[in-house]
Design a binder for this molecule. Structure first.
Ligand code: SF4
Length: 263
């Protein structure tokens, strides 16, 4: 099995330039302390065992964490072991995860992933990935049916504490607007670029800071540029403001209490 390139082997991403004159765009290393000051410290607490995290992440695709949680709880209540999920008729699994949306697609995907894990390991314990080189662990997960870079990074990072950078739609948008990645870089390609741009011990907090910033300030529609601690050297802010696409000053600005809400 071919392992993905390690940090040292991957080509460095070309820095993106800010339009017009002015300071160079931020690097992720420069963004980090600004967001850390704004949002406070991030504590890493493993969420679920790795196989559970894998199933949870599949359930969370294209839905909210709330709905994914409901679907996960319903699945575990209906089938207390992964063996029973695997052996169940697909329509029963589908019924059990209906709260999460796209149940007809997610049920067979979950059963395929569980079948592949059992075939390769003889069970459902994939905690051994904590000991494998990171590139190899990513490749192992990504070779499972329907598992992409984001799902692999979530399992490795959230469950196993590995420095894998998971990039969702919020992080992709914030990174693109700030110029941390080029305008045409896909979310899939952004994983390695952002991972290489920060020290391993800061990968998980950087993920939390960027996702939180995307949800609270750098929103998809009408970003709150007037209240953003990264406004000074943001690549896309001048264009967004010139086109009237940002929130009006004073509207929707997060209160200090919200900014300080524990992450
Ligand atoms: S200045 Fe605006 S576009 Fe840039 S990161 Fe902040 S909220 Fe997003």
């Amino acid at each position: 099995m071919a392992a993905a390139n390690s940090r040292a082997e991957r080509p460095a991403a070309a820095p993106r330039r800010r339009k017009g004159r002015g300071a160079a765009p931020y690097t992720l290393r420069e963004v980090y302390p600004l967001l850390a000051d704004y949002y406070g410290e991030v504590e890493h607490r493993p969420r679920l065992p790795p196989i559970d995290e894998l199933v949870w992440t599949i359930l969370s695709q294209h839905t909210s964490d709330l709905n994914a949680g409901r679907a996960y709880d319903s699945l575990r209540a209906r089938f207390p072991t992964w063996e029973r999920v695997l052996a169940a008729p697909p329509d029963e699994v589908e019924n059990a995860i209906r709260h999460g949306g796209l149940a007809a697609q997610k049920a067979p995907r979950i059963q395929s992933v569980l079948a592949a894990v059992r075939e390769r390991t003889g069970g459902f314990d994939i905690a051994f990935l904590a000991e494998r080189p990171l590139a190899e662990a990513k490749e192992w997960l990504r070779s499972l049916p329907g598992v992409g870079p984001k799902t692999a990074a979530v399992v490795l990072s959230f469950s196993l504490g590995r420095p894998a950078f998971a990039v969702d739609t919020h992080i992709h948008r914030v990174a693109r607007r700030l110029g941390l990645i080029g305008p045409k870089v896909s979310a899939d390609a952004a994983h390695d670029i952002l991972e290489d741009a920060i020290e391993p011990e800061r990968v998980f907090p950087a993920h939390v800071y960027l996702i939180t910033h995307g949800r609270r300030v750098c929103k998809a529609q009408r970003p709150l540029c007037g209240a953003c601690v990264l406004a000074e050297r943001c690549v896309e802010r001048p264009d967004l403001e010139a086109k009237g696409l940002t929130a009006r000053p004073g509207t929707g600005v997060p209160s200090p209490e919200l900014a300080a809400k524990p992450l």
